[in-house]
Unconditional design. Sequence first.
Length: 179
Amino acid sequence: MVKLLFAGIWVCVVALGAVYVSVQMATAPAVVDEEAARKAALEVVPGESITIPLIADGKVKGYFLSKISFMVDKEKSKGLHLPMTELMTDELFTLLVGNKMVDISNIAAFDVASFRDTIKTDMNAKLGEGMVNEVLIEQLDYLSKDDVRANGEGSAKPPGQPVKIVEGQAPPEPAKAGH
């Protein structure tokens, strides 16, 4: 009878020990991936396709075709009631027409990183520091006035292809809410 009692106690101790170890292993602290946590705190604000004229010597020489999106901080953008698209369009006009950051005669000298940083810095100055985390250039092309005219008139000459200034980068898809 005593042996049976000790065997029962032994089985209970082993079972409780196994349950304790399995609970400790199951609730181990998750390794936090900082990059994944940072990306989860951001949301994409999609840009619109806009056309910006290139003006030189008082005449329109061509057009920039652009589409730029932003990765913004979710928490900071909740209280924002400013039209992001209009602010972005204003900023692009300032950079491409006012500052003339793109030299069409020497596209190879165009610094994409500097262009992105300038947009990010200026947008954060307008919206609040840390609002815009990343600038995604989906399209930045140049089309000359002659190519636009030839395409619009339906001439026999094939329409010109836009000059790719920046190779596009599609914004990440928004995360789907699961049940």
